[in-house]
Design a protein around this ligand. Sequence first.
Ligand code: NAD
Length: 361
Amino acid sequence: MASIALIPGDGIGPDIVREAVRVLSAVGEIFSRKFEFTETLAGGAAIDKTGEPLPRETLEVCLGSDAALLGAVGGPKWDTLPGKLRPEQALLGLRSGLGVFANLRPARMFPQLSAACPLRDCGSGLDILIVRELTGGIYFGDRGRSADGLSAWDTEKYSAPEIDRILKIGFESARRRHKKLCLVDKANILETSRLWRERAEALRGGYPDVALSYMYVDNAAMQLVRAPSQFDVIVTGNMFGDILSDEASQITGSIGMLASASLGAGGPGLFEPIHGTAPDIAGKDIANPLATILSAAMLLRYSLSMDREADAVENAVNAVLDAGWRTADIAGGDLESLKQQGRLAGTRQMGSLVIEALRSA
Ligand code: NAD
């Protein structure tokens, strides 16, 4: 039996997590798997109930589970609270409490939605995975100000073990996909980048089936826009990954479709859509649940090693899009004609369509 902690959070969070749970339950029935769900509080919902964004009990439930599925946290109601009490603190607390050091962000453009891509030529098969180091580098290095306040510094620092563990996730992810790994860095300038390259050279012998390449980050930012389909898996440090993963996700043009996973060393992984709580559409049954459903597919693959089940969920999403179904955010300005064709789905209906597609596969 697999235990899954659920953290619906705020805004559209509860609605989209509910649909992902229905999909997981259907997977359980179809593949004879047993999932046990424990719902727990974080973000604004937790502040309202307990006064803190991440109650100790929430972290304990997550630590005692095989994986955690999160909706999103935050909203205008809590925007005026002081920094330490804000809903976003729950995200930082969950990441550090679960010890997740690798953030996996697939930027996948479904061919059915290529009209949403802002680039002139998107090709038909954009499918990149960005593996970002999450707990080291310049965001966590020594920082400070001079006594007169007129100079400041932030330090980029990485150790070989920190680099090795994220590179291994990069190599292993590439092995599961198209077997191409590109290390993005600034090795022409930064000493830390040169250490990343040395470690990659030391590890590559263990992955003879994976083609390893290197690219400077400025070039990578350009290549992502110029010819994104050249990439399979990109592995990179914290700050470069932060920027490149947002850039890559924008190329797909569909924020409601993008999933993510944060993984540690063997403990429970944290799975969540990349979008926020969308307060503008909360409670209206129009939010797109597919990013959360695809995050649940990542949960099956990366935390539970259920590749077959994960493939089934992804194929079901594909089948629903193939049949012409869209939520409003991915309708591409075609709302009226979609309505006329009866192909405009709400949150709940989209969940049901994915379940139907799963059952009829
Ligand atoms: P957002 O992602 O919530 O919304 C941006 C736009 O995308 C909005 O127009 C929204 O309606 C739309 N959108 C987002 N997800 C959608 C979905 N599933 N279906 C249809 N449309 C969708 O970003 P924001 O407006 O900058 O932030 C809103 C709140 O969410 C803030 O409080 C912010 O702090 C929080 N937030 C949380 C997370 C997280 O929990 N990981 C991430 C980002 C933002």
